[in-house]
Design a protein around this ligand. Structure first.
Ligand code: SAM
Length: 287
C-alpha cells in the first residue's frame, strides 16, 4: 500500500476534482476546504496504490471502474454527522404542531387524506433521523385512526452510510439525547455501549440511495406529506441549493411540510414555500 501522507493536491487538480464533485452531487468545496478533499481522498489514493491526485481524477472521469469509484468518492467526501433526537425544539414542532395537526385533521375529515402518510428523511446519513421520527410516531400509535398508517423513507448518497443505517446498530454516543425510557422501549442492548433498533421501528423505515441533485433519482420514491432535509444543503452553493429545493418542492404534496436544519434557510433560494414560525423554529409549507 502506497504511503500518501506526503502527496500534495495541487491547485489545478483540486479544481478539477472539486468541479467534478460539484457536478455529481451539488456539494461545493471552496479553496479554503482544499485540505478537506486532500485528507478525505488520501485514503482512496493509498487503497488504490496511486501516487498522485491527477491519476485519481482520471480514474473518476475516464476509467472503466469509474462508477464503482464514484460510489467510493461519495462515501469519502460526504459529512455524515448526525444523532438521535437531534435538535429537540424542531422535533417538538414536528410532534405537536405537524403530526398532531395531521392526526386531528384525519379524525375530522378522513376522506381528505390518503391512507398512508408519507415522510422522507432526505440526506439521512446513518439512519438516526428517520428512526427518531419512527419512534416519535410509535409513541402516538394509539392516536392513529384505524386504516391509516405512516411510511418513512430514509435516503442518502453515501452507500456506506446507508449500509450502516440498514444494520440499525448504534453507539451510546449517538443516542446521548435519547430519553432512557425510549432507549429501553425501542432498542436492544447488544454489547458494551452498543444498541440495536428493535424490529418494530426498523420495519417502519425503508432506505434508498437517492441523489438530491438529480430529479430522475428522486421521482421513483413518489410524493410526501412531510420532508426532513436537515443539515444537507449547508454543503451546497446557492445554485445547487436552488436545484435541490426545487426537487423537494416537486416531491411534496400540497400543504406538505419541509423541515430544514436550524442554520439553513430558503432566503435567496426559493419563494415558493410559505414560512410558518413556531417560536424560534421556522417551518416551510407548500401552498
Ligand atoms: C450532516 S448529514 C445530515 C444527517 C441528518 N439529516 C441530520 O440532520 O442529522 C448530511 C448527509 O447528506 C448527504 N448528502 C450530501 N449530498 C447529498 C446529495 N446530493 N444527495 C443525497 N444525499 C446527500 C450526506 O451523505 C450526509 O449523510
Amino acid at each position: 500500500m502506497q504511503n500518501t501522507s506526503n502527496v500534495n493536491l495541487d491547485d489545478e487538480t483540486f479544481c478539477k476534482i472539486r468541479d467534478l464533485i460539484y457536478q455529481l452531487t451539488g456539494i461545493f468545496y471552496n479553496e479554503q476546504k482544499k485540505y478537506l478533499i486532500e485528507t478525505r481522498l488520501s485514503t482512496r489514493l493509498s487503497d488504490l496504490n496511486l501516487t498522485n491526485y491527477e491519476d485519481y481524477f482520471y480514474l473518476l472521469k475516464y476509467s472503466a471502474k469509474q462508477s464503482d469509484e464514484i460510489k467510493e468518492l461519495f462515501n469519502s467526501i460526504t459529512t455524515n454527522e448526525t444523532s438521535f433526537f437531534r435538535d429537540a425544539p424542531q422535533l417538538k414542532v414536528f410532534e405537536d404542531d405537524v403530526l398532531g395537526e395531521i392526526l386531528k385533521q384525519i379524525k375530522k375529515s378522513p376522506a381528505n387524506y390518503s391512507k398512508k402518510i408519507r415522510i422522507w428523511s432526505a440526506g439521512c446519513s446513518t439512519g438516526e433521523e428517520p428512526f427518531t421520527l419512527a419512534i416519535i410516531i410509535m409513541e402516538h400509535l394509539y392516536e392513529i385512526p384505524a386504516g391509516f398508517s405512516f411510511e418513512i423513507i430514509g435516503s442518502d448518497i453515501s452507500e456506506k452510510a446507508l449500509y450502516s443505517a440498514k444494520k440499525g446498530i448504534y453507539s451510546s454516543y449517538t443516542l446521548r439525547n435519547t430519553e432512557l425510557k425510549l432507549l429501553e422501549r425501542y432498542f436492544d442492548k447488544i454489547g458494551n455501549e452498543q444498541f440495536q433498533v428493535k424490529n418494530n421501528i426498523k420495519n417502519m423505515v425503508n432506505f434508498y440511495n437517492i441523489n438530491l441533485i438529480n430529479f430522475d433519482s428522486i421521482k421513483k420514491i413518489g410524493n410526501f406529506d412531510i420532508i426532513f432535509c436537515r443539515n444537507v444543503i449547508i454543503y451546497f452553493n446557492n445554485d445547487s441549493k436552488k436545484i435541490v429545493i426545487s426537487n423537494l418542492y416537486d416531491s411534496l404534496k400540497k400543504n406538505g411540510y419541509l423541515f430544514l436544519g436550524h442554520s439553513e434557510s430558503l432566503h435567496f433560494i426559493s419563494s415558493s414555500f410559505k414560512l410558518v414560525g413556531f417560536g424560534k423554529t421556522p417551518l416551510y409549507v407548500k401552498e
